[in-house]
Design a protein around this ligand. Structure first.
Ligand SMILES: *Cc1c(COP(=O)(O)O)cnc(C)c1O
Length: 354
């Protein structure tokens, strides 16, 4: 194998999935596991299913197709609405989709009919985060139109918070979602199966018993993969936080001043950066960069080192407090969600299952 590499510990992911799904199961909540930060890596999908996920969800059709090709045969949820042109493909690679536009749902229904199947739609409601969703007051009429489309089963309602506006899921937000569901049911005269209350940002409130009865599904990526919940970034009790680590080799290790020498302008990314003067320090350069991750989203797994910066192809690490490092030494880091997403997407990063 070569570095940089992402090491994927499938047993740890399975363990995390089991912790999360059983905690939520006890509260009447099914888990749609979301492996998108690993591009639906087969080892991750497998571990999630073994760990108790009811379905898998991804925002990219390419990833769901990959999961199918790798043998995943359970329910697949498309988390991002398809463009009109890609509705036939959406129906091919997924069974359920989160949607907000009647026109798109008509196209999904037509594609489903052509394949001789029904497609399930979860109507997303915007409760203030201002990413996807219809405003609650419009939900009943939109739901009615969607439910009347041949080939479409209106499966439920959903919400996504914390992603764009940073709005935190609360009991009130969940009650608003449940009220929207009831308003839809009274217009339709039928019951909706699913109330999809959110993502890893819902874990904390749910553990604290603040998620009202009736919210019966969460779509969980981060908490299973990184072992953290998404509001305060605290560790989910019992979960591993090092199920996936990124490792890179040192290609330079030298003693240098900590403050740049010369006239200071903008750097390669258009920013003027200032550095504290800490005197001469031992610094190492690792052969991985912004093309593969975000340096400020890395937690070093080596005593006495500190990530101080990066360029496209290098991360610069202060290693003054570390011993035993030389060129060729491998440094490992726990990635943030954003770093993991980049590293998984980078063709320069080898993916290694352990
Ligand atoms: C990515 C995504 C999720 C999963 O989010 P996590 O924070 O990783 O749990 C859930 N729902 C939607 C719509 C998403 O796009």
């Amino acid at each position: 194998m070569t570095y940089p590499a992402l090491f994927i510990d499938s047993q740890k992911i399975e363990h995390n999935a089991r912790i999360v799904t059983s905690m939520l199961k006890g509260r009447g909540i099914d888990v749609v596991a979301v492996p998108k930060s690993t591009l639906c890596h087969p080892a991750v999908v497998n571990a999630m299913v073994k760990g108790g996920a009811k379905a898998i969800g991804d925002s990219r059709m390419e990833n769901l197709r990959r999961a199918r090709q790798d043998g995943y045969s359970g329910e697949a949820v498309l988390l991002r609405a398809p463009s009109p042109a890609r509705c036939p493909e959406a129906v091919e690679v997924s069974d359920v989709g989160l949607n907000t536009e009647v026109e798109t749902v008509r196209l999904l229904g037509r594609a489903a009919r052509r394949r001789g199947k029904d497609y399930k739609v979860v109507l997303m409601v915007d409760l203030g985060d201002l990413r996807e969703g219809v405003l609650p007051e419009r939900a009943p009429s939109v739901a009615k139109e969607m439910a009347s489309v041949p080939g479409i089963i209106l499966h439920g309602v959903g919400v996504n918070l914390t992603c764009y506006g940073g709005v935190i899921p609360t009991t009130e937000k969940m009650e608003e979602l449940l009220a929207t569901k009831e308003a839809i049911e009274s217009v339709l005269g039928t019951r909706l199966e699913v109330v999809s209350g959110g993502n890893s940002a819902n874990i904390l409130m749910t553990m604290e018993g603040k998620s009202p009865q009736g919210v019966n599904q969460l779509r969980i990526g981060e908490s299973i993969i990184l072992g953290t919940e998404a509001v305060k970034k605290t560790v989910v009790p019992g979960c591993h936080t090092d199920a996936i680590v990124i490792a890179a080799e040192i290609i330079e290790i030298q003693r240098k001043p900590s403050k740049p020498i010369g006239e200071i302008g903008i750097n390669a990314f258009g920013a003027v950066v200032t550095f504290p003067d800490r005197g001469v320090r031992c610094r190492a350069i690792c052969a991985v960069g912004r093309q593969d991750l975000d340096h400020d989203g890395l937690t070093p797994l080596y005593e006495g080192i500190e990530v101080i910066g990066s360029s496209s192809d290098h991360i610069i690490v202060d290693v003054e407090g570390a011993t035993g490092l030389e060129i060729g030494s491998v440094l490992s880091f726990i990635p943030s969600y954003g770093s993991l997403l980049k590293a998984a997407t980078s063709p320069f990063v080898e993916k290694v299952v352990i």
